[in-house]
Ligand binder design. Structure first.
Ligand SMILES: Cc1cc2nc3c(=O)[nH]c(=O)nc-3n(C[C@H](O)[C@H](O)[C@H](O)COP(=O)(O)OP(=O)(O)OC[C@H]3O[C@@H](n4cnc5c(N)ncnc54)[C@H](O)[C@@H]3O)c2cc1C
Length: 465
């Protein structure tokens, strides 16, 4: 149970200038930046190894104006990126924060590549909904596992201390709500304390806390949570107790394409490249191209809360760059057939209905007309045999609301004044997705972890030194 204890003047045996809670992407990037700013840093992580939701993700970070985009001849800039974020999020986010992270994203990943050896490359062969340019960057396996391991390796090379198996339970506040230290418990039940000069909250949101999800996102109260279970909303609870402002707590990243029952993410390239989703009756049920986040609730509304993502071998070849997709294929979650009747039989959906649905999709593609849901298939090739289908469900990936921060990642109180020495990044901070699932633009999660993590680490490091 997380708590705040007011203890002005409390002394600690050990004191570290910058303490960071959480060793996901936000925490490790913040640690690298604070270390570079000259501060001594301690990262405290409740798990035996740094993983977090970051390890479960596809590890794709959006950035505009990068050297990889220039090499691929892609014209993009932070202004365009910021406009895409604001449009997808219905203009709800803080425009100053959106502007800052849009401008800092390219320098952040170029710094991680140049200074820490992270081998980013640009995804050029498909786009994500709402992005007006190809700007998703990932490591070779396109997996968050590779991203978190690379960040941990970089932190270890920089001799940054990462204390694992240490679950922070209590923050000690001094005068004027400054944080003077914290307490953490070990798996054997022992308890330790450490004093801090600056504190960065990088312990993500509250997706793993059923009660908070039911309170803030009732539509997904019973949905599968596909993120890291250790993310229990501690940053939110501490912040609220300290008088921090919170915003957009109903905002979240859902996903409408998690292989079921295997529980493996199936990339949305299956849809953006021209695939569709049908329910167990073989019928389409909405415009899938709006985005995967809002699609979670659409899929959960279908019979048994499941749907089928239907695509073809060409799209499967693109999807295969993702480790997750290769795994889904390896365990047989992706069905294949040379014609619609055989595929329908394998899916156990009515053959005639699936045939009619796919004939209609073919027609929309050849005539260029919109379907009844408002989806345009313009420029997308017709699906060609052999066809593919994977049974999927909708899931909650990540909460998007959280502590209100300024453009320096400083946590603000309810009157919008910065708390003395408290920073938040990644899922601990209110993101740039607004209050609705449909506000999530692909990559907003790691944008706030990597980019805001770097901003928070730099600012905390500078304040400490
Ligand atoms: C399946 C999946 C796919 C995704 N794909 C993408 C993608 O491709 N691109 C993208 O931008 N986003 C993606 N996301 C979202 C992305 O993973 C998150 O936005 C991002 O990882 C958040 O990083 P973080 O550092 O804030 O949190 P995390 O990576 O979750 O790290 C938080 C850490 O804090 C630790 N912690 C929590 N509480 C405490 C405590 N009290 N004491 C000590 N430690 C604590 C946790 O154990 C955890 O290790 C995806 C999410 C999921 C679930």
């Amino acid at each position: 149970m997380s708590s705040i204890v007011h203890r002005p003047g409390k002394a600690f045996d050990a004191h570290v200038p910058v303490v960071i809670i959480g060793a996901g992407a936000a925490g490790l990037v913040a640690a690298l930046a604070a270390h570079e700013a000259g501060a001594e840093v301690l990262v405290i992580e409740r798990d035996p190894l740094p993983r977090g939701s970051t390890a479960l993700s596809a590890g794709l970070v959006p950035a505009a104006g990068t050297r990889w985009q220039r090499a691929a001849g892609i014209v993009d800039d932070p202004g365009l990126f910021a406009a895409d974020i604001m449009a997808k999020a219905h203009h709800e986010p803080d425009a100053v924060l959106v502007d800052r992270v849009s401008r800092e994203a390219a320098p952040a990943i170029e710094w991680l590549a140049a200074s820490h050896g992270l081998a980013f490359s640009l995804i050029t062969d498909f786009g994500y909904p709402g992005h007006s340019a190809r700007r998703m960057h990932g490591l070779p396996s396109r997996s968050g596992e590779e991203l978190i391991n690379a960040l941990r390796g970089a932190a270890e090379r920089a001799d940054i201390s990462i204390l694992c198996d240490a679950h922070v339970t209590t923050l000690f506040a001094g005068e004027d709500s400054s944080i003077i230290g914290l307490a953490f418990t070990r798996p054997d039940g022992t308890r330790d304390e450490v004093g801090c000069g600056q504190l960065v909250l990088a312990c993500n949101g509250y997706g793993g806390n059923r009660a908070l999800v039911a309170q803030h996102i009732p539509s997904l109260a019973d949905a599968l949570y596909f993120g890291h279970p250790g993310n229990q909303g501690d940053a939110l609870l501490w912040g609220e107790a300290l008088g921090a402002g919170t915003r957009h707590l109903s905002g979240h990243q859902g996903h409408g394409s998690v292989a079921h029952p295997a529980g493996i993410l199936v990339t949305w390239a299956t849809i953006t490249e021209g695939g569709v989703q049908v329910n167990s009756r073989g019928e389409r049920f909405c415009d899938e191209s709006r985005g995967y986040s809002e699609q979670a609730a659409e899929v959960l509304r279908q019979p048994d809360g499941v749907a089928w993502t239907v695509f073809d071998a060409r799209i499967a070849a693109i999807a295969r760059q993702f480790e997750d997709f290769r795994q889904a294929e390896a365990i047989g979650a992706v069905l294949a057939a040379d014609d619609w009747p055989t595929l329908a039989a394998r899916m156990s959906v009515p053959i005639d209905t699936l045939g009619a649905t796919m004939t209609a999709v073919s027609g929309f593609k050849s005539t260029g007309t919109e379907d009844g849901f408002g989806r345009s298939f313009a420029g997308l090739p017709d699906l060609a045999p052999p066809f593919r289908a994977v049974k999927v469900t909708g899931a909650l990936f990540h909460t998007q609301g959280g502590l209100v921060v300024d453009a320096e990642a400083r946590v603000l109180d309810r009157a919008r004044h910065p708390l003395p020495n408290l920073f938040a990044a990644g899922g601990a901070a209110c993101g740039v997705s607004g209050a609705q699932a449909s506000g999530y633009l692909s990559g907003n999660g790691l944008l706030m972890a990597v980019t805001l993590g770097r901003i928070a680490g730099r600012a905390a490091g500078a304040a400490a030194t």
